[in-house]
Write a protein that binds this ligand. Sequence first.
Ligand SMILES: Nc1ncnc2c1ncn2[C@@H]1O[C@H](COP(=O)(O)OP(=O)(O)OP(=O)(O)O)[C@@H](O)[C@H]1O
Ligand SMILES: [Mg+2]
Length: 243
Amino acid sequence: MIELKNITKEFSTPRGRLSVLKDFNLKIEAGTFLGLEGKSGAGKSTLLSIIAGLQKPDAGQVFLGQPQVNILTLNDKELSAFRNKNIGFISQEQSFLENLTVLDNVRLPAFLAKKSSTVILNLFQHPSKEIPKQVRNDFDVKITERALNLLESLGIAGLAKSFPRDLSGGENHRLLIARALMNNPDYILADEPTDSVDSEQTQAIIKIFRRLADEGKTILIASHDKEALKLCDISMTVPGSNR
Ligand SMILES: Nc1ncnc2c1ncn2[C@@H]1O[C@H](COP(=O)(O)OP(=O)(O)OP(=O)(O)O)[C@@H](O)[C@H]1O
Ligand SMILES: [Mg+2]
């Protein structure tokens, strides 16, 4: 479940204070696939990043989980750990580790969650092309299989050994989605997830989100894409600023 209580967020801009969210309340039950719409600049991305704990509101509370955790009370370290375990955040500004292959970029969150320096070393010392032969342990096998399945479901398994710089915009975007799903998070927050992918891939991406929602995950997407929005359970319009 996600619960936002009285969220207020302002930015100072050259033209003065901009109020983006004012006393904003939202409650989303687990298993909901929610589409956020609203005009450009309404505050959709701001809202997603507040829920992901990447930005703090000026006032209000953000509760996630069962039992509920007020993420604004967590310190940086606790928040990072909470986010890595529970939240899959997909934003277009995110980037990859350029020296790691596509496969290793997807595997990375699993290693970070495991917090094992030996496993991390293992990742960096063994390029993914050697992994099938040089698997070190069950954990490696499990996460490699999961990462490959995710890449497969997003139609980019053939790029597993490529490097991010060699990917198109749409392929990059699908890689972001695969990485966000790696740790099987309960909350998936996606900012324009079908931007720069074709209609067939839009359907594939939405189908993955649909299945995850049916499994009890909470999915929020911010989108201008009518095709994607109509496949959500419900959609709501972010009210927008005072400009
Ligand atoms: N760090 C910031 N400093 C100043 N203004 C900001 C900042 N971040 C966002 N804004 C402003 O807040 C408003 C909401 O931005 P946001 O990115 O959340 O909109 P959006 O609904 O996601 O728009 P789009 O559909 O174009 O992605 C915009 O007017 C934006 O210019
Ligand atoms: Mg946005």
